[in-house]
Design a protein around this ligand. Sequence first.
Ligand SMILES: C[C@@]1(CC(=O)O)c2cc3[nH]c(cc4nc(cc5[nH]c(cc(n2)[C@H]1CCC(=O)O)[C@@](C)(CC(=O)O)[C@@H]5CCC(=O)O)C(CC(=O)O)=C4CCC(=O)O)c(CCC(=O)O)c3CC(=O)O
Ligand SMILES: NC(=O)C1=CN([C@@H]2O[C@H](COP(=O)(O)OP(=O)(O)OC[C@H]3O[C@@H](n4cnc5c(N)ncnc54)[C@H](O)[C@@H]3O)[C@@H](O)[C@H]2O)C=CC1
Length: 208
Amino acid sequence: MARTYPVSLVLKDKRAVVVGGGPVAARKVQGLLECEALVDVVAPEATPDLQKLVDGERCTWRVRPYETSDLDEADIVFAATDDEGVNRRVYDDATAARLMVNVADRPEVCTFFLPSVLRRGKLSVSVSTEGASPLSARRIREGLEERFGEAYAPYLELMASWRPRVSDALPPERHFAFWEQASDGRVLAALEAGDAAGAEAILESLLK
Ligand SMILES: C[C@@]1(CC(=O)O)c2cc3[nH]c(cc4nc(cc5[nH]c(cc(n2)[C@H]1CCC(=O)O)[C@@](C)(CC(=O)O)[C@@H]5CCC(=O)O)C(CC(=O)O)=C4CCC(=O)O)c(CCC(=O)O)c3CC(=O)O
Ligand SMILES: NC(=O)C1=CN([C@@H]2O[C@H](COP(=O)(O)OP(=O)(O)OC[C@H]3O[C@@H](n4cnc5c(N)ncnc54)[C@H](O)[C@@H]3O)[C@@H](O)[C@H]2O)C=CC1
């Protein structure tokens, strides 16, 4: 298989069709809703966890087997039934419509895989083994949780809020040096110690 091309998709208000209603589909629906996608589930049956996510607005449920026309409005497709033939049909239909498609039981035909993701606010660390060992991806992600603590969330909020300020206050040739020092660990350490004012003061001092 060719190597994959990692991206972070912006799926807000994009329509994702998830075929299947088991735990695998539910995990995908949950992740999609967290990214503010619009989700259409197609399945004759769905787990209680998945049913709880259905609100008739951002997440609908077509309570029946898959039909080709289910992909009419789709931007991205997930085949996650326990029926190989149905998953195959979803794959064929999606491919014919030139849609990106993830097939839960067929890594070799997926046009994208779901990585295991560590999140801290705007930080996401995605771990993929390209289908070789999903459980290893999860274990690697779990191993990263200690390394990347909760302070990364306020840290990146602070960095983002300073970007326009730095652009306004400093000439372009000083931007890189500013960000190099701003990201050298001191601001993060201040936030880890609960010292938001101290973190801000470090950045202020770098403007001089
Ligand atoms: C190809 C891929 C397609 C896709 O994108 O779905 C795929 C395929 C398959 N997974 C299978 C099994 C398991 N998958 C998990 C877990 C996760 N699987 C995820 C992704 C992917 N799984 C994609 C590749 C990602 C990569 O390699 O990096 C994660 C990372 C992300 C997510 O799903 O959101 C999420 C962890 C999230 C987290 O916790 O952080 C566990 C463990 C568990 O449940 O905790 C098991 C049981 C243990 C085992 O079998 O290893 C099987 C066999 C099914 C069977 O035997 O019937 C297949 C099919 C096959 O391999 O043929
Ligand atoms: N990618 C991944 O991370 C993983 C993938 N798998 C694979 O994912 C698949 C699904 O796993 P589970 O959610 O545990 O299955 P499950 O058996 O719990 O659920 C299957 C779902 O498919 C639905 N379904 C069956 N025929 C359908 C049709 N014609 N149209 C629409 N929906 C239909 C059923 O109503 C049910 O909701 C399996 O093939 C399994 O091998 C399993 C574990 C992890």
